[in-house]
Design a protein around this ligand. Structure first.
Ligand SMILES: NC(=O)c1ccc[n+]([C@@H]2O[C@H](COP(=O)([O-])OP(=O)(O)OC[C@H]3O[C@@H](n4cnc5c(N)ncnc54)[C@H](OP(=O)(O)O)[C@@H]3O)[C@@H](O)[C@H]2O)c1
Length: 264
C-alpha cells in the first residue's frame, strides 16, 4: 500500500512504537505530522525521514496533557484536509501500587491515555466522515484486558481505549472510516524505564522489538483487522473471549435480580 498526498499524524513519534510507525508510514509514502514534547528528537527524525523517503514531514511539539497544546493539535486535525490517518500512540505508564503512587502520576496517565486520545479522535472524525475516508489506529495494550497489582490505573486507561474504540467501530460500521485497535504485549521501548519497571527486569522471552510489533500491526491494518494482537498466535482466543463477553452482556438483560439474590 502506498499513499500520495496523504498525511498521517503520529502522536508520541519521538521514540519507541511511534517512531517506528513514522518510519513505516513514510516508507509507504505518507506525508507526516509528528507530535511529541521532545523537539530535538522530532527534528532529527523529521530530517531522516524526509531525506530517506522524500516525504513532507512537519513536527508539532506539544504536551498532549496541556490544554493549549492539545487544542493546537486538535486544530490541525480538524482543519488539514490532507490528514487521512491518525495514529493515537502517545501513552504513559506509571507502574506502582496505588497506595504508593502519587495522584499526579495517576491523573497524568488519564490525561494522556484517555483524554488526549478521545479529544484527538473527536477532532479528526468530522473531516473523515465528510470525506467518507480515513483511518484511525488506537494503540491499546494487552493490559486492556488484564490488571496487575501495580497497573490498576494504566490497565484502566487501556481498558478505556478498548471499550471506546469498540463502540466507535460499531458507530463507523457503515462508513468508509476505519479504526484499528492494536494491543501490544511487552515491547522494548523507553516506556518501561519511565514507568519505574526497567525493561531489563522483565522476562526477556516476553519482549518484542518495536519494529516487529509495528510491522505485525501494519499487516493487520492492511488486512482491515479491527483488533490486532501482534503477539498472540491463536487468534481463536480473542473470538472465544468476545463470544463469552457478548453472552455475559446478553445475560444481564433480565430486569430482575438473579435467583441467588432473591430473598427466600
Ligand atoms: N512498550 C510496551 O511494552 C507497550 C505495551 C503495550 C502498549 N504500549 C503503548 O504503546 C504506546 C507507545 O509507547 P512506547 O512503548 O513506544 O513508549 P515510549 O517510547 O515511552 O513512547 C511514548 C511516546 O509518547 C510521547 N509522550 C509521552 N507523554 C506525552 C505527552 N504528555 N504529550 C505528548 N507526547 C507524549 C513520548 O514523547 P515525548 O516524551 O517526547 O513527549 C513518546 O514519543 C503507548 O500508548 C503505550 O501505552 C506499549
Amino acid at each position: 500500500m502506498t499513499a500520495s498526498n496523504k498525511t498521517a499524524v503520529v502522536t508520541g513519534a519521538s521514540s519507541g512504537i511511534g517512531a517506528v510507525y513514522a518510519y513505516r508510514l513514510a516508507a509507504r509514502g505518507y506525508d507526516l505530522i509528528l507530535v511529541a514534547r521532545r523537539a530535538d528528537r522530532l527534528s532529527a527524525l523529521s530530517e531522516k525521514l524526509s531525506a530517506s523517503y522524500g516525504v513532507k514531514v512537519q513536527t508539532l511539539v506539544a504536551d498532549l496533557a496541556n490544554e493549549a497544546d492539545l487544542a493546537k493539535v486538535e486544530d490541525v486535525l480538524g482543519n488539514d484536509a490532507s490528514v487521512r490517518l491518525l495514529v493515537n500512540n502517545a501513552g504513559l505508564a506509571r507502574l506502582a501500587p496505588l497506595a504508593q503512587a502519587s495522584v499526579s502520576d495517576s491523573t497524568a496517565q488519564l490525561a494522556l491515555n484517555i483524554t488526549a486520545l478521545t479529544r484527538l479522535t473527536h477532532a479528526v472524525l468530522p473531516g473523515f466522515l465528510a470525506r467518507n475516508e480515513g483511518d484511525i489506529i488506537n494503540v491499546a495494550s494487552v493490559l486492556s484486558v488484564h490488571s496487575l497489582p501495580f497497573s490498576a490505573v494504566y490497565s484502566g486507561t487501556k481498558a478505556y481505549v478498548l471499550a471506546f474504540s469498540r463502540g466507535l467501530q460499531a458507530e463507523l460500521a457503515d462508513t468508509g472510516v476505519r479504526l484499528q485497535i492494536v494491543l501490544p504485549a511487552t515491547t522494548a521501548t523507553e516506556i518501561w524505564d519511565v514507568a519505574g519497571v526497567p525493561l531489563s527486569t522483565l522476562n526477556q522471552d516476553s519482549v518484542m522489538s518495536a519494529e516487529n510489533m509495528v510491522d505485525a500491526a501494519l499487516i493487520g491494518f492492511d488486512r482491515g483487522e479491527k483488533l490486532t494482537w501482534p503477539s498472540v498466535a491463536d487468534e481463536g482466543l480473542w473470538e472465544k473471549y468476545d463470544v463469552a463477553r457478548a453472552a455475559l452482556f446478553a445475560a444481564t438483560q433480565t430486569g430482575k435480580p438473579a435467583p441467588r439474590y432473591q430473598a427466600a
